[in-house]
Write a protein that binds this ligand. Sequence first.
Ligand code: ADP
Length: 263
Amino acid sequence: MKPLIVKLGGSVITNKRRRFTVKRATLTRLARELSAAKGPLVIVHGGGSFGHPVASKYGIAGGYKSKDQLMGLSLTHRAMERLNAHVIEALQKASLPAIAVQPSACAVVSGGRIQSMELAPIQKMLALGLVPVLYGDAVPDLSKGMSILSGDQLVAQLACELGTKRVILGVDVDGVYTVNPKTNKNAELIQEISLSNWPLVEKRLTGVVEERDVTGGIANKMCELLALVERGVEAEIVNAAKPNILRRAILGERGLGTRVVAR
Ligand code: ADP
């Protein structure tokens, strides 16, 4: 059975306005919802108020320019490990045998893109019934020296390589909107994004990338997902901040947020 891949957005599990703050109750609830999965599961989480501010301070996404960025990479990675430890603990409390997988130690990245990834350990973990948990990470980069490997890119890579049929991205809004719904009350929810309507949708996505988002925001997320659906994978962005939406999506319900489809 192919694994389902679920991403927990940094916006859902952390308080983006307060550094290094986990939304503990939400994480506990989401861990319970994830435990409803019937088959193998891979979890990826974003950085929220852990990874983004540190990576941004040291300009990690722009590549290696000066020596102080080495400490920046180290600190960004450590911040992500700290968030990851919270996620793993919550999953364990929900009886999921979660195990951390360090992306910077198994992905070969060049120009910010994964060139290859060692997946044998992850495949064995899945075969055993373990739940691998990866996260957006600061990584060594073959051409830029260093870069940020986003959780979204990891989701796409893992889905392709593991033969996943469906990925679910949990964020803290109802899906993808024409503009950021948190800052614009005229934002309209887009129910379906496809390869054919994307050029139009992209033009309507007027919001600027969030100041502290080192992974390029919602448009980048879409590009990753569109490349994925082109290969026959289903993707959906749902509101994981609302109780039971993620659980329902995991159990197979469609149409709970924005669907990303090929047609
Ligand atoms: P993650 O939660 O994976 O870290 P982001 O924080 O980058 O991902 O994406 C989710 C956030 O994106 C939401 O909190 C929302 O406020 C913001 N956002 C910006 N523009 C949009 C948009 N057009 N549609 C939906 N969300 C948007």
